[in-house]
Write a protein that binds this ligand. Sequence first.
Ligand code: IPE
Ligand code: IPE
Ligand code: MG
Length: 254
Amino acid sequence: MADASTIPPGAPARLPRHVAIVMDGNGRWAQARGRPRTFGHKAGVGSVRAVVEASANLGIEALTLFAFSSENWQRPQSEVSVLMDLFIASLRREVRRLNDNGVRLRVIGGREALVPKLQEQIAAAETQTQANTGLQLCIAANYGGRWDIVEAARRLARDVADGKLDPETIDEGCFADGLSLADLPPPDLFIRTGGESRISNFLLWQLAYSELYFTDTLWPDFDTHAYEEALAWYAGRQRRFGRTPAQARQQQGA
Ligand code: IPE
Ligand code: IPE
Ligand code: MG
């Protein structure tokens, strides 16, 4: 298992403020070892710990992890149930470590569909870490990017129906205010492990200008070294946001 203390002092010069990760490949990792898929989910918890602690140590502001998508309910009931139990146990076990590292936790997604015990554990972990001012850790559970956009649209529609909002005044800013993570900068760096090059209904709106990093490394093998490689790759990107390379160089002060 990776250890955050292995991060060398010469960390990448240009750090992302917000990193979003699709933690994929647990099932294949387990199957390659002749074990059930759930063995991979359990092993994946170690990578979560490593990446959270490395992010906190590096001073990254926010880390959003895709733990369970709105589509993952379609998996066999036995696998879903192990994932829910693992989530409950991990939240209970890790809260102390999160506090030790100054990490504030929140969960995004439709939590009303999660088992009541998990909802309680989430509420407890959020309360117990709410005073922390270090890394903002966001776990996406029963989350879908389309769901997020529809929720924001519904809020605006309600305000219009109540006569509180003029549809003509709706702009990108007020739409974004209704989305998950509205209080955070959008992800600068998106990472997907497990070899697939897709977003799988993760943060659709928020990823509009993220740098996209795909690696074949399976999530349980994604240690601090692999994370550092992704951060180093990010440090070498030129972010142009529609401008010319020369303009972007000036903007980045390079
Ligand atoms: C990611 O690993 C974890 C979840 C989606 C919950 P997978 O379970 O998708 O692993 P693979 O992609 O089948 O190997
Ligand atoms: C995306 O992984 C969801 C999470 C990592 C939680 P999946 O394994 O569910 O994605 P697809 O089905 O391969 O697109
Ligand atoms: Mg997968």
